[in-house]
Design a protein around this ligand. Structure first.
Ligand code: SF4
Length: 509
């Protein structure tokens, strides 16, 4: 028996109308939990009901593999299964038809070299295979800040909303960075966790009550000039002030890089790598979402660079986007300053490009593009970390290319400690044991660096500890240890104390 072939048709959701807004909840996810909670508040601020999907689990991965294309990359399996399992749990009480009325799903997407452009097709397949074909799903293209009324007007992604979401990401990135620099050194176990939860609750209220601006330009001007968010972060800083830390614990700093989803979330999707590294006595240098937003702007600059001499508006457009990047960094630096300048600064995108250029072409798009190579080299040459842990999804084309390019980069920088972990969701022991091997070497380096810092400055640990005891402000979580030519926090603190004591520093042998 032959069956007629069905032509491909792009997914088209039924409209989500404006008069449904009070009854329908927008589901979203895929960021770290601090950002998700505050972005939810941004939705609520513009009058939209919103809910964060639960953190993805291994069961979600299995569901994703069962219901959609099994060759898809591991983040797609996790997110597809995560959505379907949530809908199934809701449908057990209310039925599939009611769930399709109550919720819509908002996901990011793009056209490009990787599967990010086909995420929504995987969702559609999985929804069809699980009896939710009436469920509505909307794609937020990454290259459009303002989508006005999206298919029916129920979902309004306009400039005031987008600015709120960007500011929420910047603020929570700064908070996350501070948190990861504090928790490994907290004197009272659990103190950081409690303060972070309290701070996120505070930020949720701040964003939920963000003053409304009527016009697009009014919203832009207000976000760029207001002290509203800086004041909120100063409150965060006051809460962190109460945490006592012991930064003389010698720990290797591990920079997390990798595919966007895997490096951003914290949970089963990446083998809980952040918490695992902390449990293994490391300090984690997390991946800020803001770096990817900065890369996105650099991507457009590059596109116009290629049109120089062809399009007379190319240069003014480059100037405009680079200006936007400066404003973006200035805003982020303002948030860092409100937290005592403890959170790390963003790396310069054009330096990342130059560092990666011998190994990876800057115009190769998909995933993080040349940033994986660029960030690894940046962290290494600037001594930002002892080791790079790259989270590489199973079946991810851009990451596979980066790992290939990193072979050449490591050949050129043989002392770079690089742990590429293939994340499949179900090979945890293998991935973590690989990481542990490199981490062992990173720990030795951190210890060596600490001892050299003591030797350079003619101090002992007891001397430094006595100085810290006499200067309690230096034992606060928000004390900024001065930057130095070492990666480890303990070694930097030794050099910082020496500077304060006026000691001459000998060059490390
Ligand atoms: S970067 Fe890789 S893992 Fe991420 S969506 Fe693209 S193909 Fe999938």
């Amino acid at each position: 028996m032959t069956t007629a072939a069905e032509h491909y048709r792009a997914y088209t959701p039924a409209p989500f109308t404006r008069d449904e807004r009070d009854r329908v909840t927008v589901l979203f996810g895929g960021l770290h939990w601090r950002a998700e909670r505050v972005v939810q508040a941004v939705f609520e601020n513009v009058g939209q009901r919103a809910r964060v999907l639960p953190a993805a689990t291994r069961e979600d991965l299995i569901t994703g593999r069962e219901l959609a294309d099994i060759g898809q990359c591991c983040p797609t399996s996790f997110t597809t299964g995560n959505l379907v399992n949530f809908l199934r749990s809701e449908a057990r009480q209310a039925g599939a038809a009611e769930v399709a009325k109550r919720y819509v799903y908002l996901t990011a997407g793009a056209c490009g070299a990787c599967r990010f452009g086909q995420y929504h097709q995987s969702y559609e397949l999985a929804l069809r295979n699980s009896g939710f074909e009436a469920f509505r799903m909307f794609l937020l293209a990454q290259d459009r800040l303002d989508q006005g009324d999206v298919k029916g007007g129920g979902l309004q992604i306009d400039l005031p909303f987008s600015l709120g979401a960007f500011w929420a990401i910047l603020v929570t990135d700064a908070l996350q960075d501070l948190e990861y620099q504090v928790r490994p050194y907290e004197v009272v176990p659990g103190a950081t966790e409690r303060v972070v939860r309290d701070c996120v609750d505070h930020l949720v209220e701040v964003f939920r009550h963000r003053p409304a601006r009527r016009t697009r330009w009014g919203a832009v001007a207000w976000h760029l000039t207001t002290g509203y968010f800086v004041r909120a972060l100063r409150d965060v800083r006051r809460r962190f002030d109460a945490i006592e830390v012991d930064r003389l614990r010698v720990k290797p700093v591990v920079k997390i890089t990798g595919e966007f989803y895997l490096q951003t979330v914290e949970g089963d999707a990446n083998y809980n790598i952040h918490r695992w590294l902390e449990a293994e006595a490391a300090e984690v240098y997390p991946a800020a979402v803001a770096v990817w937003l900065d890369y996105w702007m650099r991507w457009y600059v590059q596109g116009f660079e290629d049109l120089l001499g062809v399009d007379r508006w190319a240069r003014p457009k480059i100037v405009a986007i680079r200006g936007l990047q400066r404003v973006f960094r200035w805003t982020y630096n303002g948030f860092r300053a409100a937290l005592g300048d403890v959170p790390h600064a963003l790396p310069d995108q054009y330096e990342l490009r130059d560092l990666a250029a011998p190994f990876f072409h800057s115009r190769l798009s998909g995933g993080e593009g040349d940033m994986l190579v660029g960030k690894a080299l940046w962290a290494h040459v600037h001594r930002k970390a002892h080791m790079i842990c790259e989270l590489s999804p199973y079946s991810c084309m851009p990451n596979t290319m980066s790992i290939g390019a990193m072979a050449a980069a490591v050949g050129r920088h043989p002392d770079l400690l690089y742990a590429p972990l293939e994340i499949k969701g179900d090979a945890e022991v293998h991935a973590l044991s690989r990481c542990q091997m490199i981490l062992t070497e990173a720990k030795k380096r951190a210890q060596r660096e600490y001892e050299q810092a003591l030797a350079r400055t003619g101090q002992t640990t007891a001397d430094v500890r006595a100085y810290l005891d006499a200067h309690p402000a230096m034992r606060r979580a928000t004390y900024r240890v001065l930057p130095a030519d070492v990666a480890g926090t303990a070694a930097r603190l030794v050099l910082d104390v020496a500077r304060r004591r006026g000691r001459r520093m000998e060059e490390a042998r």
